[in-house]
Design a protein around this ligand. Structure first.
Ligand SMILES: Cc1cc2nc3c(=O)[nH]c(=O)nc-3n(C[C@H](O)[C@H](O)[C@H](O)COP(=O)(O)OP(=O)(O)OC[C@H]3O[C@@H](n4cnc5c(N)ncnc54)[C@H](O)[C@@H]3O)c2cc1C
Length: 389
């Protein structure tokens, strides 16, 4: 019987040992012991990834015992946070000292280090993903020693490990670039998919956050824009689409229905045509799919394995109910995404092999070189990462 599964339940595993981490000293001792025994380690955040990143049958580390804000600096608008802290637990703690994340994804259930490990993002043409907010980290490397890294200290390790896929070691704390706390107000409306696409660039330029969901089997798109406001927060929080409150109270949503998801990042200028091709695919070959297609924007960054590395991006996500078959649908979408120079989200489903991923990522070899230097024997690789090496 498997004793581990991811959020959706689509991925399962039977780790030999699950270790519930409680301190950095514990992490150092665990790594030394596993290395002596020749056992490989993977670390779990909140297990929300659809990609087999955490799936592992040897030592699995649950890092959620490392939780909380460690220190804040309002002058530099930054904070050190424990790696296992859930994003929802960061919101109030940071707001209490006048700070906030610059952006968040569609939910806030992830551990902060799990989210940064895969380039988790929200929407906004001027807003980068969470990995780009990592300005420092403490990592227990394969030799059992903790190392700090930043732009000025072990800079290659920092650059490579901002988006780390759990492959460098046990990350015990992160140093995050934040901004001053802010309130947001959201509005939603429905329009024809063609209008949503035609007007996307204008809306995305005029609003801090803008996105839409297209519901297949209809022409309707549900659009949402969110902007900063001086209006006071309104409690109890209104339903999604009508909230006016602090950023961490408005950006995340409740997504209880279990599904699998594929998402590709497309160069912003190619994305409308890519979306039309996905619409045509659904209308011609997958008329039974009821789950929405999500369309968001993401600013270019300099994170080596980021899907927005050096290019302004639109992300297009396709979903399927966990009880339904997803592979034929996702494979057909992937063919289209690749035609439009797509890069797959690291935490979601894709079917690419190592050479295809290398073709997507300009810094692929650099990333592996830095990783292999700190973990030459592959202590922090699982079967999936070995397969794409
Ligand atoms: C309902 C739902 C909504 C989502 N919405 C969005 C969205 O809006 N935007 C978006 O971009 N993505 C979204 N995702 C994807 C999700 O954000 C990513 O898959 C994210 O990586 C999950 O975080 P996690 O804490 O669950 O990490 P996990 O899935 O547990 O782990 C992810 C990676 O982080 C590593 N890791 C975690 N903690 C550590 C640590 N301390 N040290 C070393 N390695 C570690 C793991 O080994 C693994 O490689 C969504 C997923 C779901 C299920």
């Amino acid at each position: 019987m498997p004793n581990w599964s991811n959020w959706s339940g689509a991925l399962t595993a039977k780790p030999e040992h699950i270790h519930f981490l409680r301190s950095e000293a514990d992490a150092e001792a665990l790594v030394s012991q596993a290395r002596e025994q020749g056992r490989r380690i993977r670390v779990a955040g909140a297990c929300h990834s659809h990609a087999p990143l955490v799936q592992h049958n040897e030592v699995l580390v649950d890092a959620q015992g490392l939780s909380g804000v460690i220190s804040t600096d309002t002058d530099s608008q930054s904070a050190w946070v424990a790696a296992g802290t859930r994003i929802y637990a960061l919101g109030h703690a940071l707001q209490a000292v006048g700070l906030a994340l610059a952006n968040q994804g569609d939910i806030d259930q992830q551990a902060i280090c799990g989210a940064t490990a895969t380039g988790t993002h929200g929407t906004g043409v001027t807003l980068r993903n969470l990995s780009a907010a990592v300005i420092g980290a403490r990592i227990v490397l394969a030799n059992g020693e903790s190392v700090d890294c930043s732009a000025t200290n072990n800079s290659e390790l920092w650059q490579a490990s901002r988006l780390h896929l759990g492959a460098f070691g046990i990350v015990t704390r992160l140093h995050l670039q934040l901004r001053a706390a802010y309130r947001l107000k959201e509005t939603t409306w429905q329009t024809h998919l063609d209008d949503a696409l035609d007007q996307f660039a204008a809306h995305a330029g005029a609003n801090r956050h803008h996105e839409f969901f297209w519901y297949p089997q209809s022409n309707q798109a549900q659009c949402k824009s969110i902007n900063e406001t001086d209006e006071p927060a309104q409690y109890p929080l209104a339903a999604e689409g009508q909230r006016c409150a602090w950023s961490h109270e408005v950006l995340p949503n409740h997504r209880p229905h279990k599904h699998t998801e594929m998402e590709y990042s497309i160069p912003a200028e190619l994305a409308p045509d890519c979306m039309r091709a996905i619409r045509d695919l659904l209308n011609s070959r997958f008329t039974e799919i009821a789950w929405p297609v999500e369309y968001r924007s993401l600013a270019a960054d300099d994170v080596w394995l980021s899907t927005a590395y050096e290019r302004d991006t639109v992300t297009i996500s396709v979903h399927q109910d966990i009880r339904e078959e997803d592979e034929p649908y996702f494979r057909a979408c992937e063919e289209i995404f690749l035609e439009y120079q797509g890069r797959p989200h690291w935490g979601k489903v894709n079917y690419l092999n190592g050479s295809q991923l290398a073709a997507c990522h300009l810094r692929w070899q650099d990333w592996w070189q830095v990783r292999n230097k700190v973990d030459p024997s592959g202590t922090f690789l699982n079967d999936y990462l070995e397969s794409i090496r």
